[in-house]
Design a protein around this ligand. Structure first.
Ligand code: FAD
Length: 447
């Protein structure tokens, strides 16, 4: 018998339920389809493209070590999978469950197409998430809307066993490979399962223990940096969770909690796919459309050094620290009063780990339209400077301010005396944060 193992956000050989199940057939076709629609979209900026391509080359090499290789096609995934399934007369096609509207629609179309050919589509859970979306639910609804009760149930649910790579793969005769792309390291990021494993190993050896103390240190940036690897499935969330659950200490527990946040957003999006772009909880007040302020935010020129440092880090590297993400998102949605969708799209276009579930639902969380239980909380970019006490983060990303000696004034350059202030080519604040806060709270009260 022949099976097709479809790779999309499960680009690894270890702990891959899709590959493991397909490998039970006599012949296996490991297939990746370069989706023409995604290739042409903003999801595919050059950093992400290199990161993905390097991962595909790495996957091909791992599959070759097992006796197989990666078959690559380009076009509409459904049409390409169906065509290949017919050509090799596959009995079944294995895919990983995914949660976005786009992925679900693709799965439905594939089911119909394969059904027509009388072939089986087998969808595997717990491939992109630790607990399958839709399995942890409260009594009265199809998803949890608040993290804490979700997490309690999540902790009580056993994690499925980690799967080893298949021992051997045998391709059917005569399948053309197609061209496997190559990618380079970009801004220090190397794509692929091998690089992801190395990163995870060094994280568990040195990092995890102190995670809790150093999680919010903006300049130190001591978090795992595993999110881009998790997004494409170069590393398995189940394997990371299993490993962390075996590790004693508060660092490991805090890390597991963050992984559960990822599952939480995925279960929410799976139940409410429209929440990717529509308010999960409606905020009756109107957004403001000020293009000048929007452009200042995008360019890292708001006059608030922490906000600008975050936005410039994103532009330069495709990465932003979680604390900075919260600060810039709060600033855009609650201080400048701009629609969170604008910010979410900007992030998706720029982040290496850009992920519709994690990104858009975190934006809603910060904007007060999502699952945050404190929707009136506003992060003040001056007070948040406590996460950058020595101003190293701001100095690194906003070089105009690097020469100011007093860290407090790096964060508040408007407090410099006249002549000193005038020498620095850095904008005045685009808005008064205290005034904006009052206005926000006043408007909230009225709605
Ligand atoms: P660590 O602190 O090492 O955490 C380990 C893993 O837990 C992460 O890799 C991630 O998969 C998960 N995780 C951590 N925090 C969160 C969280 N708040 N929500 C969901 N999962 C989490 N994360 C993305 O993966 N993609 C995004 O596009 C994205 N956009 C965001 C936008 C905003 C406005 C905010 C506030 C957060 C966003 N996050 C996003 C969540 C978080 O910022 C990143 O997951 C984290 O910074 C990645 O760094 P790390 O891998 O070093 O995380």
């Amino acid at each position: 018998s022949t099976s097709i193992a479809v790779f999309n956000r499960n680009l690894r050989v270890t702990d891959n339920p899709v590959l493991a199940a397909a490998a039970e057939s006599e012949h296996v076709v490991p297939l990746f389809v370069q989706d023409r629609d995604l290739l042409g979209s903003s999801f595919s900026n050059h950093r992400r493209q290199h990161f993905l391509n390097a991962g595909l080359a790495d996957l091909d090499s791992s599959l070759r070590n097992l006796g197989g290789r990666l078959i690559v096609r380009r076009g509409d995934p459904v049409a390409q999978i169906a065509k290949l399934a017919a050509a090799v007369d596959a009995e079944s096609v294995h895919v990983g469950a995914d949660v976005s509207w786009y992925a679900k629609r693709r799965e439905e179309r594939l089911r119909v197409e394969l059904g027509r050919q009388r072939r089986r589509l087998i969808v595997h859970d717990a491939v992109t998430t630790i607990q399958p979306a839709g399995t942890i639910t409260p009594q009265s609804s199809d998803h949890f809307a608040v993290f804490t009760p979700y997490f309690r149930r999540w902790q009580d649910t056993p994690v499925r066993p980690v799967l080893p790579p298949p021992v051997r793969l045998l391709l059917p005769e005569g399948v053309r490979q197609g061209s496997v792309p190559t990618g380079q390291e970009v801004a220090g990021w190397s794509g692929g399962e091998s690089a992801g494993c190395r990163l995870a190993d060094s994280w568990f050896a040195d990092g995890l223990q102190r995670y809790l103390d150093r999680q919010d240190d903006l300049a130190g940036d001591h978090t795992s940096h595993l999110s881009p690897y998790l997004h494409l499935g170069f590393v398995s969330p189940v394997q990371l969770a299993a490993r962390a659950l075996e590790t004693p200490g508060t660092g490991a527990a805090a890390f597991v909690r963050q992984l559960a946040w990822r599952d939480f957003h995925h279960q929410l999006l799976a139940a409410r796919p429209e929440a990717a772009w529509r308010d999960y909880r409606s905020r009756q007040d109107r957004w403001r459309d000020d293009d000048e302020q929007w452009e200042a935010w995008c360019a890292g020129m708001t006059g608030y050094p922490l906000v600008d440092a975050g936005m410039r880090q994103l532009a330069a590297t495709g990465w932003m620290h979680n604390r900075a993400r919260m600060i810039v998102a709060s600033f855009l949605t609650k201080t400048l009063y701009q629609d969170w969708r604008r910010g979410a799209q900007f992030f998706l276009d720029g982040l290496l780990d850009g992920d519709i579930a994690n990104n858009n639902l975190n934006w809603q969380w910060v904007a007060g339209t999502g699952t945050d239980t404190r929707p009136n909380r506003i992060l003040n970019p001056v007070r948040q400077a406590r996460f950058d006490r020595d101003a190293r983060y701001v100095r690194r990303w906003v070089p105009e301010l690097a020469a100011i000696e007093d860290p407090a004034k790096v964060h508040q350059p408007w407090r410099l005396e006249g002549a000193k202030r005038r020498r620095i080519r850095y904008p005045e604040p685009v808005i008064d944060v205290d005034h904006a806060r009052q206005e926000f709270l006043h408007r909230r009260k009225r709605t």
